[in-house]
Design a binder for this molecule. Structure first.
Ligand code: ADP
Ligand code: MG
Length: 231
């Protein structure tokens, strides 16, 4: 599904030059659930932005679903994004004064052609939030808002779900419920790459990849990786 080959990302804008990723190679098979861990500032979000086609590498190749995407322009990249990828972030980023259902519908407005009816209901059911469809975001708990965000990420039927610290703003118990939702989506075939700095959260994945100072320092089964991070 994902093949990153010797990817480098350099931020070279207004501020000081930052090498955020250096020589990162990573393969993720369809149906995997991979956690990316590492200290703050190590390049985890940069990696996800590239995997999610929100940004392109400075050097190296990214092949997504058999297609080289590292050289695409903005329009082509956003077409790939809309068709293939769903995003979940730490902050739920729901549109205020817009119902849960309407929030979930938004990505369909950017999709090509009309979506078949029932898409929104199906996505909300998958994220176990159908019972809050007519609620506004400010009337939802954090966990419920994240479920709406997950339903929104699912509505275009992505092959890949990218989640950047999806439990970072939630208490432990609610975080675990959100992880259960992600685990069940993965069990149904969705490929997931999730960033976290919490070893307990990484346990939900099949495989853990560590990033330190922009370098991929290891990939391991969950038990070993969690022991290493916790040590
Ligand atoms: P993490 O998600 O692991 O905390 P990031 O990928 O956000 O790390 O950041 C990695 C490094 O790149 C940091 O040093 C950060 O300051 C820098 N960085 C991230 N985004 C930008 C940007 N848009 N412009 C310049 N530097 C950035
Ligand atoms: Mg980050």
């Amino acid at each position: 599904m994902i093949s990153l080959q010797q990817v480098r990302k350099v931020y070279d804008g207004q501020g000081p030059r930052v090498v955020a990723l250096d020589d990162v190679s990573l393969e993720v098979a369809r149906g995997e659930f991979v956690a990316v861990v590492g200290p703050s500032g190590s390049g985890k979000s940069t990696l996800l932005q590239i995997l999610g086609c929100l940004d392109v590498p400075t050097a190296g190749r990214y092949v997504l679903d058999g297609r080289e995407v590292s050289t695409l322009d903005d329009d082509a990249l956003s077409a790939v994004r809309n068709a293939t990828i769903g995003f979940v972030f730490q902050s739920f980023n729901l549109i205020p004064r817009t119902t849960a259902r309407e929030n979930v519908e938004t990505p369909l407005l950017y999709a090509r052609g009309p979506a078949e009816p029932g898409r929104v209901d199906a996505a909300m059911a998958q994220a176990a939030i159908a019972h809050r469809a007519s609620h506004y975001p400010d009337a939802l708990s954090g966990g419920e808002q994240q479920r709406v965000a997950i339903a929104r990420a699912l509505v275009n039927r992505p092959a890949l779900l990218i989640a950047d610290e999806p439990t970072g703003n939630l208490d432990e118990r609610t975080g675990r419920e959100i992880l259960d939702v992600l685990a069940s989506l993965n069990a149904a075939g969705l490929t997931i790459v999730m960033v976290t700095h919490d070893p307990a959260v990484a346990r939900a994945a099949h495989r853990v990849v560590s990033v330190v100072d922009g370098v991929l320092t290891g990939t391991a089964g969950v038990a070993r990786a969690v022991a290493q991070i916790s040590a």
